[in-house]
Write a protein that binds this ligand. Structure first.
Ligand code: ADP
Ligand code: MG
Length: 620
């Protein structure tokens, strides 16, 4: 038999390797930024076109390369960063594999201009799919400018696999932020399609975090510092009251390299024990410096996971250092999470008073919705940020009138309640047409009798279903009403979150959430859906961001669906909310006018029927 084994040609081998190193434009961004850092740059400018699909350019003022190196850097296993195997155990650079440029050049059109400080002129190299096109002398500043064009031009399958520009840009921003946070002393900029997304000047850690995540971040940070033999720990954690529903801002850096570590994340979470609201995640920006010989970065090709010599000790140090700082700088465990900060100052209390009558205007023949609002504001066991004192006040206030009306459960809403009774007896309401016996059990279930027996409805799930179907119509056809705010509401979100909100803006406006500005550090909301209050808007948006977990689904349908589900979930009346008779009836009627009254949008059972036969059986 003749020999059949051959060595693969270099360009094929490179293309295969590229599959591992370069998954998407953001991978190229990461490699190029890290090369610039390794080259000692103090200013790095990143320029992107079409989410990196057309162009990714990184310009640095680092060491530059000689003419020979400028050609050699595109060879596989060509690196200046390690020379022998031992060096692997004492790495102080980001790169060491000598794979990145070879891989990138195998699957793109690469254009490199570079000049070391000592030279008068630089070198210009063009490579298309591993093939050298030109190498010539050129005039260029000290440092390196590398442009990667038409990524994946020769692997159509990969190119087609890329997500929408929005998603790819978010991945790029992710990588950019990680490198920028790890190296605050280096200046960075990021432009996408000519728009400046970031302009970060050389600074310290705190300033860098604030520059990236917005001015309001500053007051939320608690400094962490601990110096032990094993590790030098520094950085910041977020105050517990600012913890978010999404996991967005959680960063570990080990020796200036971003890493992911579920184990260390757990240590941080453990330090917050008892301080966080349910299902919220604290922000953190933690920098660990560890002797390079005690870690192994080699275990993952894209290098976001590393192995530590002594993980248990790290865990303990991390947890106690954070616990200590949380105790010292901000907060004893006696936090009152239920306090609504907007109610604390006389200034915003003024707002409240003018704001209340504005709601009345929007009642719109729909007492259930309007009353829900009132109850959400005044009662609401489960609804966060509703001060109990508010409820107490209204009770004492009502007590003044006990002599006049003994039915203080049912507020008087004459005109509207007539409308409701009218609609109660329309054709489409099936189950509860003729009954008038309906009541609420444990502020959670609505019980009503029907011809055949007893209907038990989960009020929260039922309302979620009703809102979900309404919102789908709002988003796709008829926009919802919006309550105009007297004073615009200013919120702050990270650049990344703003991108997501931007992508959803049109749909959100259909639901009544009107933005007058949607830019980083300047989100201004002038109208909100009628069912939520001003103070709930932030929570609603955070929930939304968590539900989209920073990915906007490709198909418009899924996007609308996720959006409607998320908003319905946030806006629905919780268990623990008292509903009056009209509200209960209205809820039931609306539920049975839905397309799918049996299940919540999340597939949970909404009601259960107890027939008289079932009851009879119980008495046998
Ligand atoms: P690695 O970073 O793992 O060494 P790369 O393929 O990323 O491998 O880069 C190969 C070599 O090219 C580097 O070792 C470095 O010597 C050189 N190089 C790459 N980018 C730059 C840059 N921006 N400035 C100076 N030298 C660079
Ligand atoms: Mg590299």
């Amino acid at each position: 038999m003749s020999d059949i084994i051959q060595l693969l040609p270099d360009h094929v081998a490179n293309q295969i390797a590229a599959g591992e190193v370069v998954q998407r434009p953001a991978s190229v961004v990461k490699e190029l930024l890290e090369n610039a850092i390794d080259a000692g740059a103090t200013q790095i400018n990143l320029l992107i076109k079409d989410a990196g699909k057309t162009l990714i350019q990184v310009a640095d003022n680092g060491s530059g390369m000689s003419a020979t190196d400028a050609r050699l850097c595109f060879e596989r296993h060509a690196t200046s960063k390690i020379k022998q195997a031992e060096d692997l155990f004492n790495l102080n650079t980001k790169g060491f594999r000598g794979e990145a440029l070879a891989s990138i050049a195998a699957i793109a059109h690469v254009d490199l201009k570079t000049k070391p400080e000592t030279e008068e002129v630089g070198t210009h190299v063009k490579i298309h799919g591993s093939e050298l096109i030109t190498q010539e002398v050129c005039v260029t500043p000290t440092g390196t400018i590398i442009s990667v064009k038409n990524l994946f031009y020769n692997i159509p399958a990969r190119r087609n696999f890329l997500k929408s520009n929005n998603v790819e840009v978010r991945h790029i921003i992710d990588e950019f932020q990680r490198v920028a946070l790890a190296h605050p002393q280096v200046g960075f900029s990021l432009h996408h399609n000519g728009n400046e997304l970031f302009q970060l000047s050389s600074s310290n850690h705190r300033q860098r975090i604030v520059a990236i995540f917005g001015g309001k971040t500053n007051e939320k940070l608690v400094p962490i510092a601990e110096d032990t033999e094993l590790v030098k720990l520094s950085g910041f954690v977020g105050k517990p009251e600012f913890a978010k529903k999404s996991r967005g801002e959680q960063f570990f850096f080990v020796n200036h390299r971003f890493i992911k570590s579920p184990y260390l994340n757990h240590a941080v979470q453990a330090a917050y024990e008892g301080l966080l609201k349910e299902k919220t995640h604290p922000s953190y920006f933690l920098y660990l410096e560890i002797d390079a010989s005690r870690i192994d970065i080699n275990i993952h090709p894209t290098k976001t996971e590393i192995k530590f010599d002594d993980e248990h000790a790290l865990y303990a140090i991390l947890r106690s250092a954070i616990k200590h700082s949380l105790g010292q700088f901000s907060v004893a465990p006696v936090l009152d999470f239920d306090k609504d900060p907007t109610l604390e100052t006389p200034y915003s209390f003024k707002e409240k008073q003018v704001y209340q009558p504005a709601i009345e205007v929007d009642r719109n023949f729909n007492p259930f919705e309007a009353e829900t609002k009132q109850y959400v504001k005044s009662g609401g066991g489960n609804t966060p940020s509703i001060p109990n004192s508010f409820k107490k006040n209204s009770q004492t206030w009502e007590a003044l009138y006990t002599g006049i009306s003994d039915e203080n459960e049912v507020p008087t809403i004459e005109l509207e309640s007539e409308e409701v009774t009218g609609s109660l007896f329309t054709e489409e309401t099936l189950a509860v047409k003729e009954h008038l016996d309906i009541f609420q059990l444990h502020k959670k279930y609505i019980i009503s009798s029907t011809k055949t027996g007893l209907l038990v409805i989960d009020q929260y799930r039922a309302h979620t279903r009703i809102l979900y179907e309404e919102l789908l119509v709002n988003i796709t056809q008829t926009p919802a009403l919006s309550q105009q705010l007297l004073f615009p509401l200013n919120l702050s979100f990270s650049a990344q979150e703003v991108e997501v909100l931007g992508a959803l803006r049109d749909s959100l406006e259909q639901t009544g959430l009107i933005f007058s500005s949607l830019e980083k550090d300047n989100i201004e909301i002038v109208g909100i859906p009628t069912l939520i209050s001003e103070s709930e808007t932030q929570i609603l948006l955070e929930q939304l961001l968590a539900d989209f977990s920073l990915e906007i689904p490709e198909s418009g349908f899924t996007q609308t669906d996720v959006l409607a589900k998320s908003l319905a979930k946030s806006m629905a009346v919780r268990a623990g909310t008292v509903l009056n008779i009209e509200e209960q009836q209205h809820l039931v009627n609306q539920l049975f006018a839905c397309k799918e009254p049996q299940v919540s949008p999340f597939g949970k059972k909404i009601y259960s029927m107890l027939t008289s036969t079932d009851l009879d059986k119980k008495f046998m």
